[in-house]
Design a protein around this ligand. Structure first.
Ligand SMILES: Cc1cc2nc3c(=O)[nH]c(=O)nc-3n(C[C@H](O)[C@H](O)[C@H](O)COP(=O)(O)OP(=O)(O)OC[C@H]3O[C@@H](n4cnc5c(N)ncnc54)[C@H](O)[C@@H]3O)c2cc1C
Length: 334
């Protein structure tokens, strides 16, 4: 299916709130485009705590964050949403009949209404401040890995002690020569992964060095070696490496939405009871909004997403906001 540059609704942010809003908009027969700088939909669920269990989403006694994100994506899939992933929304301009949304990749998307679900803001990988870190970014030094095949047979240094560092170390040890360094002697990861890591190190399937930090990345065109330092005795070592994978978590920053002319309070977007902002046709929901009594909880955000999507549909079509219950009119999305 070709992806039109124009959709009824534009959603800024493909976190849980944006996905839930897109689903509801699909139920209302609207075409939707979700724009997000992350390469994967799910927002905080996938970027910050994919392996953690969540216990307070109704209907799920417990569910892993990554699985909740996958289910939100699956629930929405029948409506064929357009995803513009890996793109940050930069500017929002009102135009005749709707809005233009420009991304930092110079793409422009049109929509008749907008829902902003930008949550905590832009996620950026946490850099570790090693010499040569910026210089070798994209030249063997990465903050995320999509495809394990890309590092097959290579010497990979993984920096980090959380779930994603351990998961990648355990995955890559099958096909690459892995060394994992972490600044502490203990790990902030699932007990089972920590046990597996220790067992793999004992079996010489990979190397684990603690408490070590990355001090420098060296090479020519690409990474060739790293210098690491033992935090206890300050001893430095040089290791040969083809790939450095830094998995030290994310930082968030507000991003360009602050400059869109929206009424804000303490950095959050002010909305009314229909989740509409001060700009008619621009709605907002989730962690990015504020109103008296706002709670930053998934459950609350999902409710806001439904409200925003239904009022956005009403704004676009002129029909009433409450469409009736889904159980009364089973949907057959095209
Ligand atoms: C460790 C942790 C544990 C948690 N546990 C729970 C729990 O047990 N129960 C619970 O209810 N809640 C929990 N939360 C909170 C919950 O995850 C958040 O309330 C929820 O993720 C907010 O969803 P959101 O979609 O509004 O924002 P986010 O998840 O922050 O997603 C926002 C998305 O917008 C994107 N974005 C930002 N700026 C732009 C831009 N300019 N252009 C395009 N896209 C943009 C971001 O990349 C991101 O993908 C937890 C949070 C954390 C950090």
């Amino acid at each position: 299916m070709s992806k039109p540059e124009t959709t009824d609704l534009l959603i800024v942010g493909a976190g849980p709130t944006g996905l839930a809003a897109a689903f509801y908009a699909g139920m209302r027969g609207l075409s939707v485009r979700l724009v997000d700088p992350l390469e994967e939909a799910g927002g905080q669920l996938v970027a910050l705590y994919p392996e953690k269990f969540i216990y307070d989403v109704v209907g799920f006694p417990k569910i892993k964050a990554a699985e909740l994100a996958a289910r939100l994506v699956a629930q929405l899939a029948p409506f064929h949403p357009c995803y513009a992933l890996g793109e940050r929304a930069e500017r929002l301009l009102p135009v005749d009949g709707g809005f233009k949304l420009a991304t930092e990749k110079d793409r422009v998307y049109h929509g008749r209404a907008v829902i902003i679900a930008s949550g905590l803001g832009i996620f950026e990988p946490r850099r570790v401040g090693a010499e040569g870190e910026l210089e070798f970014e994209g030249k063997g030094l990465e903050y995320a890995l999509r495809d394990p095949k890309a590092v097959e047979g290579k010497r990979v240094l993984i920096v980090g002690g959380g779930d994603s560092a351990l998961d990648w170390a355990l995955t890559l040890k099958q096909t690459a020569r892995v060394t994992l360094i972490h600044r502490r002697n203990s790990f902030r990861a699932h007990e089972r992964s920590v046990e597996e890591l220790k067992a793999a190190a004992e079996a010489d399937e990979l190397e684990v060095l603690t408490p070590y930090v990355l001090k420098a990345v060296r090479g020519g065109e690409r990474v060739e070696a790293v210098e690491i330092e033992n935090l206890q005795d300050k001893h430095r070592r040089t290791l040969a490496a083809d790939v450095v994978l830094i998995l030290a978590g994310f930082l968030t920053k507000p991003g360009p939405i602050r400059d869109w002319g929206l009424a804000m309070d303490k950095g959050k977007i002010v909305v009314d009871t229909r989740m509409e902002t001060n700009i008619p046709g621009v709605f907002a929901a989730g962690d990015t909004v504020t109103y008296p009594g706002k709670l930053k909880l998934l459950q609350v955000n999902f409710g806001e997403a439904a409200t925003a999507a239904n009022y956005a549909a009403s704004y676009i079509t002129g029909e009433k906001a409450f469409p009736g219950h889904s159980s009364d009119r089973p949907l057959t999305p095209s």
